[in-house]
Design a binder for this molecule. Structure first.
Ligand code: DQA
Length: 143
């Protein structure tokens, strides 16, 4: 199984960005974490990050026939991007939505998620553990 992990805007700044919310581990640490969890679960994991909405749309489209599933932290685009919702539906991608924090416990404007409308599962509020849970979900290792 091949899993594509996609990260949206500002996640490249993990470790220096709002550390009280997102923690002091870096984006490189997140990439290493996802790769290690993939190895443990026996699946191939590729991890990417972009600050650009259209690039996320391109990568979701391109995931068709190459990856079996997408773990998607669309960051702020979660709450705004109809284009990302459409891309997931257009290629019928299997998507798990992930967030480091729990957006439902934060500002009101984070309570709506376009991604959730197209995703089969959402894992949030567990830090890097949200990615672990999503990778294990696709690997069939849900506990
Ligand atoms: C986030 C939550 C979003 O609301 C926010 O815009 C982010 C990060 C998270 O991982 O907790 O950039 O997706």
């Amino acid at each position: 199984m091949k899993i594509l992990v996609l990260n949206g805007p500002n996640l490249n700044l993990l470790g220096s960005r709002e550390v009280d919310l997102y923690g002091s581990a870096s984006y490189a640490d997140l990439v290493a974490h996802c790769r290690a969890e993939g190895e443990k679960a026996g699946v191939d994991v590729e991890v990417r990050q972009t600050n650009h909405e259209g690039v996320l749309v391109d990568w979701i489209q391109e995931s068709k026939d190459v990856f079996d599933a997408v773990v998607l932290n669309a960051a702020a685009y979660t709450h705004t991007s109809l284009a990302i919702y459409d891309a997931i539906k257009a290629v019928r991608a299997r998507v798990a939505e992930v967030h480091l924090t729990d957006p439902m416990e934060r500002e009101d404007f984070r309570r709506f998620s376009y991604v959730a409308l197209a995703a089969e599962r959402t894992f949030s509020g567990m830090g890097f553990g949200s990615y672990t849970a999503a990778i294990r979900h696709f690997a069939g290792k849900d506990s």
